[in-house]
Design a protein around this ligand. Structure first.
Ligand code: AP5
Length: 217
């Protein structure tokens, strides 16, 4: 099954993609993670996108479509792909359709995760990750079992994303409403859209996503 998780910054796309990877052997394709990896490794492309991402603006369609094309043609995804944070513009959505057709795959469903802006601010500003293994946490909603120690690897180093602040979040939200939310109508018109309430607890959202996937499997 190939699916898109669509929603504003902090909607829980990465969190839910992680559950699906663990439970269904799916492959998560997060353009945000790919771009952050490029930033960290200091490639030419990484240097080019760093400031754009930190401000909360969108990286060019050309760059992200190239990243997805590379993964679609090389990754082995027996359980299917989860597109997380891609597509984000109508041009990216058209490109994804063409790429899937080229590799003989189809899009099964698009899950829109609906969350109020006020909840997003809290989710984004409270998010942090392990500096060693990348496990994700939240100051209120997902604390490590032992304060200051990563549950997964025992590291005591944690970090926050450069764009996880209120100023960048305003720009990210504007980009979402201006460039990405038109995809809701785009996929509705294609008969692919399903919506879930992303405001509930993580396991409640996961259960609603399971129900949505069951409808198309
Ligand atoms: P990207 O990395 O895709 O960020 P985003 O879309 O802003 O989404 P986030 O990762 O912030 O949120 P999420 O929905 O995954 O939420 P999460 O599960 O972590 O993109 C970053 C940047 O890269 C962009 O701004 C842009 O510059 C660039 N970029 C990326 N893709 C691009 C593209 N296609 N085109 C152009 N530019 C692109 O959850 C957030 C927090 O909330 C966590 O702490 C989590 O623990 C907590 N949480 C999750 N679910 C719940 C719940 N149900 N209840 C309580 N807390 C919860």
């Amino acid at each position: 099954m190939n699916i898109i998780l669509l929603g504003p910054p902090g909607a829980g796309k990465g969190t839910q993609a992680g559950f699906l990877v663990a439970e269904r052997d799916m492959v998560q394709l997060s353009t945000g993670d790919m771009l952050r990896a490029a930033k960290t490794s200091g490639t030419e492309m990484g240097k080019k996108v760093a400031a754009v991402m930190d401000r909360g603006e969108l990286v060019t369609d050309e760059i992200v479509i190239g990243l997805i094309e590379e993964q679609l043609t090389t990754a082995d995804a027996a359980g299917g792909f989860i597109f997380d944070g891609f597509p984000r513009t109508l041009a990216q959505a058209d490109a994804l359709g063409a790429l899937l057709e080229k590799v003989g795959k189809k899009l099964d469903t698009v899950i829109e995760m609906r969350v109020d802006d006020s909840a997003l601010v809290k989710r984004i500003t409270g998010r942090f990750t392990c500096g060693n293994c990348g496990a994700g946490y939240h100051e209120e909603f997902k604390k490590p079992a032992k304060d200051g120690v990563c549950d997964e690897c025992g590291s005591t180093e944690f970090k926050k994303r450069a764009d996880d602040n209120e100023e960048s979040l305003k720009t990210r939200l504007m980009a979402y409403y201006k460039e990405t939310s038109p995809l809701i109508g785009y996929y509705y018109a294609k008969g692919k859209l399903q919506s879930v309430d992303g405001l509930g607890a993580m396991d409640a959202v996961a259960s609603d996503i399971t129900k949505a996937l069951d409808k198309v499997s």
